[in-house]
Design a protein around this ligand. Structure first.
Ligand code: ADP
Ligand code: MG
Length: 313
């Protein structure tokens, strides 16, 4: 590499301001040091993106930087954790300064939007692989889990689903109107992690997950870990105009059920607490004691064969 690792970090990954008083020591030593307030637990998550697996070769580096951080913040959001700081491990085939500049811009602008410190990382040479570890704080015992849904809970979604999946189809050649393509591609390229919504949920929701692999797959994780089932009504799913138009044209109504990458939150709330919800969200179904998921469309029970996108399947 033409730049030493440390000068590369200083040049591209120095934030304008270190904001968090809990960051006792940031980039530059063997470890970063964080203070964890007594009343909180540290929420820790990692996600990796590999070229040709999670993103196309030649993908826009600014969008990649944004998306890499966004998917990790989405995991914190689904636990109801407040983002605190991140580490960044970069494996790069070469030092491409234009690429690094754009990537760090996408990454750091989302970090700064959420007042997150980049506190360390690693930089190595090899096939393009991007890893973030994100750290957040959640009040002790209040972290939102997958395993704690209750029979009778209503099931909710923040935002619309299926748009990112439509964006992927457009990248793969599906043709639609420019206006719809713009909406769908923006959702695919620049997901908006539901951090604020997640922070509003710990005292209200019983269980929560973020939609990364598709509604059926991710709600399926809540059901399996809670040892419960659910009823979903297709007509209740919140869909954008772009996804409606796609379904009208193709007849493929499974897209919002199985497409991933939307990064909305799916959560369950008891009927007694439903009135406390203040965030924009849509009720899509009901948690039931009978295991597995029952999907109704036009009042008819549907058989579910496709379980959403699974790695290594
Ligand atoms: P070490 O040899 O102890 O692993 P490094 O030389 O890998 O240290 O890194 C030097 C400093 O730069 C460390 O504080 C490390 O956390 C930070 N760092 C390295 N790569 C990155 C990166 N991609 N983003 C942010 N910080 C990084
Ligand atoms: Mg190192």
């Amino acid at each position: 590499m033409s730049l030493t690792e440390f000068s590369l970090i200083q040049r591209f990954f120095t934030q304008q301001r270190v904001k968090n008083p809990l960051t006792a020591l940031g980039i530059g030593d063997d470890c970063a040091l964080l203070s964890v307030p007594e009343a909180y637990q540290l929420a820790v998550t990692t996600d990796t993106m590999v070229e040709n697996v999670h993103f196309f070769a030649g993908a826009d580096p600014e969008q990649l930087g944004h998306k890499l951080l966004a998917v990790n913040l989405s995991d914190l959001a689904s636990m109801g954790a407040k983002p605190l700081s991140v580490t960044l491990a970069l494996t790069l085939p070469s030092v491409d300064e234009a690429w690094l500049k754009a990537f760090s811009k996408g990454f750091l602008s989302l970090a700064e939007q959420h007042s997150i410190d980049l506190i360390g990382g690693d930089t190595t040479s090899g096939p393009l692989t991007l890893t973030v570890q994100a750290l957040g704080l959640v009040p002790k015992g209040k972290g939102l889990r997958r395993s704690t849904a209750q029979p009778g809970d209503f099931i909710y979604l923040t935002g619309c689903i299926g748009d990112a999946g439509l964006g992927l189809k457009i990248k793969q050649g599906y043709a639609c109107s420019d206006a719809h393509a713009q909406v769908a591609l923006a959702r695919f390229n620049r997901p908006n992690p539901q951090v604020e919504a997640g922070l509003a949920l710990p005292d209200i929701a019983n269980a929560c997950i973020d939609i990364s692999d598709g509604l059926l797959a991710d709600l399926g994780h809540i059901l399996k870990q809670s040892q419960l089932g659910a009823r979903l009504d297709w007509e209740l799913l919140p869909l954008s105009e772009a996804v409606h138009a796609y379904i009208n044209e193709t007849g493929d109504w499974s897209l919002p059920l199985i497409a991933g990458d939307d990064y909305e939150l799916c959560f369950t709330v008891s009927p007694e607490k439903a009135a406390l919800l203040t965030i924009p969200c849509t009720k899509i179904g009901l948690i039931e004691a009978t295991p597995t998921l029952r999907l109704y469309k036009a009042g008819q029970l549907q058989s579910l064969t496709s379980k959403g996108y699974e790695h290594f399947s």
